[in-house]
Design a protein around this ligand. Structure first.
Ligand code: GKR
Ligand code: MG
Length: 423
């Protein structure tokens, strides 16, 4: 077989929309559809590597510009992939032959989408799972956390889109009932409450109710920086002894440092440390004790491994962030987490909120709250072309083109304002 036939000969970027329930957060509420883009990189001899990433218009345009540059690329040449993506997005630096961390988020996010597809191709080519390409799995199954949301029973404005079977959760009883269901269905033993929705005292009550109802489980709360420093300190004191970690109570490294100075529990973030250059000041201020990685955001699987190395160097804990996603991302997250020795916390996932839709044929399943690391070559998932077609049609017929939790909430609650911090 010629080397040429192993090069990428076609790239497909397909935007899809999946149904998303009315989940509340500090920005507003999830719209009836969440967007993703499915990446297929095909080699001359017909191997297909899969990737999944954000589906917003701006990102789609970047993906499409970069896609044109990938024809002829060897899927093992990840530095060259990075260089081509940077050039496609007009960001070639003088020293672009050597990868540096000085590229924009747009480059890192675009690279990440294709890098996962290239890892999938590499694994398929040599007959090994992606976790092997990342140094080998150090755990056979990756634990995930139950992602609990305050939510309505159904979307207030979404014609033809009925309620799912989770029901409303707007108070501590609703949240505890949601958790019981998560535990019963999936076996999770770490629970993350998405806060910043109701006044802090109500969320303190819910977090304590969770901790008491599932005393053997680990509870986290993440209000996405909806609280000022004073409120965060008050909440941290009220939740002492109840939390595994407190995630992004307040904005900025300086604010988090003030809270960390008095909080008994570790503080985690996916908001104030979002670039490699944020790590040194966060370490100097002892602002965060745990960073949430996310390969879609942190420059792919290789970028996430660089972050893991930094966390190890500075004795910072490592967890994993998620946004609404499908099964290709879940597979990539699982391989990465399995092959990252210092990722010692259960990872976030939005998977339980999928309304039965996915683009992969055999779905990865949770057993005792964990997913067994796929052992088939590559990511270990295969594309369901019919399902891809349906979700692509759903994208074409829905009106969502970028995530706008605030605008959506304002459509039925005109007095709603985005405030950070709110309390
Ligand atoms: O899905 O509403 C959501 C979450 O709030 C998500 O957008 C966050 O990025 O889960 C994320 C987090 O940990 O901040
Ligand atoms: Mg968070």
């Amino acid at each position: 077989m010629s080397a040429r036939s192993e090069q990428i000969s076609a790239v497909r970027v397909t935007p899809v929309a999946m149904k998303d329930p009315p989940l509340l957060n500090s920005n507003g509420m999830h719209e009836p559809f969440a967007l993703r883009a499915i990446i297929e990189c095909e080699t001359g001899d017909g191997l297909i590597g899969l990737g999944e990433t954000y589906g917003e218009l701006k990102h789609l345009a970047r993906l499409r510009s970069a896609a044109e540059m990938l024809i002829g690329l060897d899927p093992f040449s990840l530095h060259e992939l990075h260089r081509r993506v940077a050039v496609a997005l007009g960001e070639q630096l003088a020293h672009a032959e050597v990868r540096t961390s000085h590229y924009s988020r747009a480059v890192e996010e675009t690279f990440a989408a294709f890098e996962v597809a290239c890892f999938d191709l590499q694994g398929k080519r040599i007959g090994r799972p992606v976790s092997d390409l990342l140094g080998g799995a150090v755990r056979a199954a990756v634990p995930y956390s139950a992602y609990l949301f305050y939510r309505y029973g159904e979307h207030p404005i979404a014609p033809g889109y009925g309620p799912d079977d989770w029901g409303e959760a707007l108070d501590p009883e609703g949240i505890v009932a949601q958790e019981s269901r998560m535990v019963e269905r999936y076996g999770f033993s770490a629970l993350k409450l998405k806060g910043g929705v109701f006044p802090p005292d109500e969320e303190i009550e819910a977090a304590i109710a969770l901790a008491e109802a599932f005393s053997e489980h680990k509870v986290r709360i993440d209000p996405n920086a909806a609280w000022g420093v004073e409120t965060s300190i008050r909440v941290a004191k009220a939740l002492e002894g109840h939390l595994e970690y407190l995630e992004d109570p307040t904005p900025t490294i300086a604010g988090m440092a003030q809270v960390a100075a008095v909080a008994a529990m570790p503080l985690a973030t996916n908001m104030c440390v979002v670039e490699l250059e944020h790590v040194p000041p966060a370490v100097a201020a002892n602002a965060v004790q745990i960073i949430l990685s996310d390969h879609h955001f942190w420059g792919g699987l290789s970028g996430s491994r660089r972050l893991a190395g930094l966390c190890e160097t500075f004795s910072i804990g490592l967890s994993m962030h998620s946004n609404s996603h499908l099964g290709i991302s879940l597979a990539a997250m699982t391989h990465l987490a399995a092959a990252t020795p210092n990722l010692n916390y259960a990872c976030d996932t939005h998977t339980p909120w999928l309304q039965g839709e996915d683009v992969v044929k055999e779905r990865l399943v949770f057993k005792n709250g964990a997913i067994s690391v796929p052992t088939a070559p590559g990511l270990g998932v295969t594309l369901d072309r019919d399902a891809l077609g349906e979700l692509a049609e759903q994208y074409a017929s829905c009106s969502v083109r970028r995530r706008d939790d605030t605008g959506y909430r304002q459509r039925f609650d005109p007095s709603y304002e985005l405030k950070r911090p709110r309390w």
